[in-house]
Write a protein that binds this ligand. Structure first.
Ligand code: LLP
Length: 430
């Protein structure tokens, strides 16, 4: 299980801080990020490319966790940024993120989104469908610059954890299929002077623990690039291979070191480029989970218990699917400890329930904790990705606060919502 640091009070220590004290100071539920770990993850990717002498952009997929402070850390680490909506782009603007390092995704980009992207002169738009091309063509009439674009394709490889599935014609709402649509889109983009096609993009899945899927994707992309090169001399200057690098949630997960993915991608792209006499493109990637996933914990306060003999012991906490929907949505697994009893023997078999009015609102099934009492602080590990960012107001819960810890200092970076926040857009009907 997790290597947990414990102090003389028997309290869990995270990023050098007593988490029971953090819970008292900032209340619960609380997301606590270890900023040094975020920087370390970012550097593993960035330095991985650097050490191999390859031009690259490591774009943080901000959907994993977007906030002004987070994007400022990403900026400090020299990352680029993947945004998938106007809201994520707006957050990047508020964070002072360099717009030339922002890439816009989306399978249904609105006119406003594309307009904002053009006006902000972001670095790259990832074209996902023919509607994108039509809208951009229209918008570029009133625009005096050029825009770099990538073409998103579905290479027919779907990778998940240790498995990947080969599908001839991938059933996906994203991107162009490689057989027919990609060529059509390529021809259309070439007709638009002020769109500069830099290359291709693909994203094969999430929480991937093997490099094979990525390698196969590179091979597929090169089949197309070679055809276009033969046709009219096109040379890609960028290949964006998406995100999806896996992390450890529980002991069942065995992730690769992050730079293993980097070297596998670099090897394969180099091999393919050389084999076909093409110049080496820049390699771009878009990790979200692998940058932030294992850098945060969520702290909850334990409240009620329900013991059903021979069936199950429920331990309820003061959050749940409103701050972490992943267990309910994906049967995702997490580990947790009682932070104020970090040394106590784990003798109490139980399952951890949220407090939403919904049976499926469970955080962890079948774990072992020490004997729990109301007021205990539960710490759930590896909640940094797709936790806060997928939080909701179900049951009119307020969204939790987020704290960043660095150099032993804990700083509030997202305020806890108030009930006034939750009801602020409600208008009276009497
Ligand atoms: N690039 C593209 C085009 C993506 O669609 C995604 C994730 C990423 C990058 C980042 O993937 P990552 O490195 O974080 O695995 N809510 C789900 C994950 C959805 C991911 C969607 N796309 C979860 O909680 O597991």
């Amino acid at each position: 299980s997790e290597l947990v640091e414990v102090n003389e009070k028997g309290h869990m220590v995270f990023a050098g801080r007593d988490v029971v004290e953090l819970a008292q100071t900032f209340q619960t539920p609380l997301f606590v990020y270890n900023v040094e770990k975020i920087r370390k993850n970012a550097k593993a990717f960035v330095d991985g490319f650097k050490s191999l002498g390859v031009k690259a952009q490591v774009a943080y997929a901000s959907k994993a966790f977007s906030s002004v402070a987070m994007l400022q850390v990403a900026k400090q680490e020299g990352l680029s940024l993947d945004v998938v909506s106007q809201g994520e782009l707006y957050t990047a603007m508020k964070a002072g993120f360099p717009m030339e390092k922002v890439h816009l995704h989306g399978n249904n980009k609105s006119r406003e989104e594309l307009k904002m992207a053009l006006e902000q002169r972001i670095g790259c738009i990832v074209i996902d469908n023919f509607h994108d091309i039509a809208l951009l063509k229209e918008l570029l009439v009133d625009y005096d610059g050029t825009m770099d674009v990538l073409l998103r394709v579905t290479p027919g490889i779907e990778a998940h954890t240790h498995d990947y599935i080969l599908t001839g014609n991938e059933d996906s709402k994203f991107g162009f299929d490689l057989k027919n649509q990609a060529k059509q889109a390529y021809d259309q983009i070439k007709q638009i002077d002020r769109l500069h096609l830099k290359g291709l993009h693909c994203h094969i899945g999430s929480q991937i623990f093997e490099t094979d899927g990525f390698i196969m994707a590179v091979k597929r992309l090169y089949e197309v690039l070679v055809a276009w090169h033969v046709q009219d001399g096109f040379e890609a200057t960028v290949l964006n291979l998406g995100g999806g690098f896996g992390i450890r949630y529980t002991d069942e997960d065995e992730p690769l070191p992050l730079d293993d993915y980097v070297s596998a991608l670099v090897d394969e792209v180099t091999k393919e480029a050389h084999a076909h006499g093409l110049s080496l493109p820049e390699i771009w990637i878009e990790p979200g989970r692998a940058i932030v996933g294992d850098t945060a914990i969520t702290l909850y306060e334990v409240g009620s218990k329900k013991e059903i003999p021979n069936v199950r012991n429920y331990v309820a906490v003061d959050g749940g699917m409103t701050d972490n929907i992943r267990p309910a949505l994906y049967q995702a697994k997490y580990d947790a400890i009682i932070a104020n009893k970090a040394h106590a023997p784990k003798t109490y078999p139980c399952s951890i329930a949220g407090k939403c009015c919904e049976s499926g609102d469970m955080l962890i099934y079948d774990t072992l904790l020490p004997e729990v009492t109301p007021g205990d602080i539960l710490a759930v590990f590896s909640t940094g990705a797709y936790g806060y960012s997928m939080a909701s107001h179900y049951n009119r819960f307020t969204k939790p606060a987020v704290v960043f810890v660095e150099d032993g200092e804990a700083k509030l970076v997202v305020k806890r919502e108030t009930y006034a926040d939750v009801t602020q857009n409600d208008l009276s009907y009497e």
